[in-house]
Design a protein around this ligand. Structure first.
Ligand SMILES: Cc1ncc(C[n+]2csc(CCOP(=O)(O)OP(=O)(O)O)c2C)c(N)n1
Ligand code: SF4
Length: 249
């Protein structure tokens, strides 16, 4: 019988701690598959976040550094400048990238750092129990916005990838969904394009993966995916947001 599914080379043969229906494990798999297909796993160095993906270094079979909360882009900057041949990526949640790490994110983009950001947006602080994040959309409930986010009380949600895309130093910004197999395949292509951008020395690349957190959303996994497609994407439309300095020929 033909084998159609196997563990990617750059994922360790261990069980992970993610909840059923969580997008993180799918994103891990996509990144590991891209490393294998692009033959860059031996050169990869990841920066793990404070957040549900804090143990990413236990799952990826590539070099990793653990970052303090929000400092992924600053740490990735140091690694890439010191080891230019490495393929450096920060793996960050929306609390990590768009709240405590806003300054690091924006300034890494402004400097045009040749790093890749894998950004998992589940609209909430997952690890700490479902507090409101900058990405929490209007009306969405969180433990710190129990009646749903209200613009008058909690302000509007922040589309950080759109903001980063506006900055000249950003070479590639895209947003994919971790929902249906079709959308997941598109997301994988975006991850590959982001790493290719780094290989071509074009500047900062970011891929946002809009991803379910069934546990903190209080939904079943399938309902979470449906909610992303019907509601969350009204604020976070998938697609390539910007592509600068393409390599000709
Ligand atoms: C300096 C500092 N402040 C706060 C925390 C607590 N903390 C850990 S993870 C986290 C938020 C994680 O949310 P997110 O980045 O969205 O990732 P997710 O868990 O949803 O994947 C917070 C506030 C911390 N570890 N360090
Ligand atoms: S709390 Fe949410 S983000 Fe964290 S592992 Fe569970 S489903 Fe995933």
């Amino acid at each position: 019988m033909k084998k159609v599914y196997t563990r990617p080379k750059y994922l360790k043969p261990v069980a992970n701690h993610y909840c059923p229906g969580c997008g993180h494990s799918i994103v891990h798999r996509l990144v590991a598959e891209v490393f294998e297909e692009m033959d860059i796993g031996e050169r990869a160095i990841g920066v793990a976040p404070a957040g549900c993906a804090v143990l990413a270094y236990n799952y990826f079979d590539v070099d990793f550094v653990e970052g303090a909360h929000g400092r992924g882009c600053a740490i990735a900057t140091g690694l890439k400048r010191r080891i230019p041949d490495a393929v450096v990526f920060s793996y960050q949640g929306d609390g990590d990238l768009a709240a405590i790490g806003t300054a690091e994110t924006i300034h890494a983009a402004a400097r045009g750092e040749n790093i890749t950001i894998v950004f998992v947006n589940n609209g909430i602080y997952g690890m700490t129990g479902g507090q409101m994040a900058p990405t929490t959309i209007l009306g969405m409930k969180a433990t710190t916005a129990p009646f749903g986010r209200d613009a008058k009380r909690e302000g509007y949600n922040l589309d950080i990838t759109h903001l980063v895309a506006e900055i000249e130093g950003t070479a590639y910004a895209a947003r994919g969904l971790i929902t249906s197999p079709k959308e997941i395949r598109k997301s994988k292509k975006m991850i590959a394009d982001a790493f290719q951008c780094q290989l071509d020395n074009r500047g900062l690349s970011i891929v946002e993966l809009v991803s379910p957190c069934p546990t903190n959303w209080g939904m079943q996994p399938l309902a979470s995916v449906k909610w992303i497609e019907e509601t969350f994407t009204k604020h976070y439309t998938p697609g390539v947001l910007v592509e600068r300095r393409p390599v000709s020929g």
